[in-house]
Design a protein around this ligand. Structure first.
Ligand code: ATP
Ligand code: SF4
Ligand code: MG
Length: 361
């Protein structure tokens, strides 16, 4: 199977002016590498402000004008410059945007979903498909003629989702597609994303919701402070012992039985001289203080840590480690022995195992 998308050594920074004319470079993504194969769903999981949407916007060429970017994005083996990104955007690569502000406020939603058509035949065909997809997400005919301001938040999300699926892209970038949706629509979304995979398409699924990532993805990439610190197969997230980075392990160990959530709030964005996780790391060594680990391959996973093969003992899982991992339960509860012993609900584990069995069938 070929690689659909490759992001190599991507870094993004913004110039800020502080106290008048003092320039300050704010680095938000550092040396990020990630790839997606045909028939693969890769989830990106990271707390708010860790650069997930910026990654999506880089691939599509819609970054804000003040962003400084280095690194490359390849699609089907070809480096994408801005012109190429504009040509394939909305066709071969589609985005389900995180913000409903991406909808054109002056256009009826069905017109936006159908988009540009070369002739009347294509318009008729796309209109029929649009109605079918809208209906599947519970949007009846009266919604077709509404303007975005007349939609509820959940309806607007469904319109964005339907619009992206209607274009039948080879690569779908879904930036937080599920918040605000009822549980039936969340399931529909997961099914539709998995259907794309069955058709040989690729999906980059950006989410805060680890249960959505676990049910949907083949691999999960963990963002921490603008770095990808680990990319691992979804089945390895069922048991933290199979994971490599101490932050990823702590994340999985701290999951409450219900309501899996990553931290809200912004992770440290100031550039540090050593490993970005040094301050909180239970297995750090002197080397980590002033040297940056590279993202390297290990047994089919990618890991950014000098000491990943050192086990984290339960004693060393302190409150400090789970700082930055906010669950709905209080922090102390989230590292109770009970949770450490049983980090993922049986329900999710069964669903992941069923899906693996189906995939292998
Ligand atoms: N135009 C801009 N100028 C300066 N900083 C920006 C700009 N756009 C984004 N940022 C900063 O870049 C960081 C990453 O933003 P991004 O929107 O990618 O985060 P995210 O991981 O998608 O967060 P969330 O989960 O809340 O959607 C944030 O700290 C944000 O403030
Ligand atoms: S490189 Fe060092 S500080 Fe960073 S996560 Fe690994 S052990 Fe911890
Ligand atoms: Mg975002």
């Amino acid at each position: 199977m070929g690689k659909l998308l490759e992001v190599n050594n991507l870094s993004i920074s913004f110039t800020q002016y502080v106290q008048g004319l003092n320039r300050h470079d704010l680095k938000v993504i550092s040396d990020l590498s990630l790839d997606i194969e045909e028939s693969e769903i890769v989830a990106v999981l990271g707390s708010s402000g860790s650069g997930k949407s910026l990654l999506a916007h880089t691939i599509l060429g819609i970054l804000p004008y003040n962003a400084h970017v280095t690194g490359e994005v390849k699609y089907k083996g070809e480096v994408l410059d801005q012109d190429k990104k504009e040509k394939i955007r909305g066709k071969e690569i589609c985005l389900i945007p995180q913000s409903v502000n991406f909808l054109d406020p002056l256009m009826k939603v069905s017109q936006q979903a159908v988009g540009e058509c070369k002739d009347d035949d294509e318009r008729k065909e796309k209109k029929l498909k649009q109605r079918e997809v809208f209906a599947k997400y519970g949007l009846d005919e009266s919604v077709d003629d509404l303007y975005p301001f007349e939609l509820s938040g959940g309806m607007a999300r469904k319109v964005l989702l339907s619009t992206a699926l209607l274009n039948d892209p080879d690569l779908l970038i879904a930036d937080e597609p599920t918040p605000g949706l009822d549980s039936k629509s969340v399931e529909e979304t997961i099914q539709d994303i998995r259907k794309l995979k069955e058709q040989g398409k690729g999906v980059l699924l950006i989410t805060h919701e680890i249960d959505v990532a676990l049910k949907t993805a083949d691999r999960i990439a963990i963002f921490y402070s603008g770095y990808v610190i680990e990319i691992n197969k979804v089945e390895n997230f069922l048991n933290s012992e199979n994971l490599l980075h101490p932050y990823t392990k702590a994340l999985v160990d701290a999951l409450p039985r219900n309501g899996f959530k990553l931290t809200e709030g912004v992770q440290p964005l100031e550039e540090v001289s050593g490993c970005p996780y040094y301050e909180n790391c239970p297995i750090s060594s002197d080397k980590c203080a002033n040297n940056k680990p590279e993202l390297i391959e290990h047994n089919g996973a990618m890991i950014r840590c000098f000491n990943f093969n050192k086990a984290v003992s339960e004693d060393s899982v302190s409150e400090e480690v789970v700082d930055g991992v906010v669950s709905e339960a209080p922090v102390e509860d989230s590292v109770s022995e009970e949770v450490i012993e049983e980090p993922i609900t049986e329900e999710i584990a069964e669903e992941v195992n069923d899906e693996e069995a189906n995939d292998g069938a």
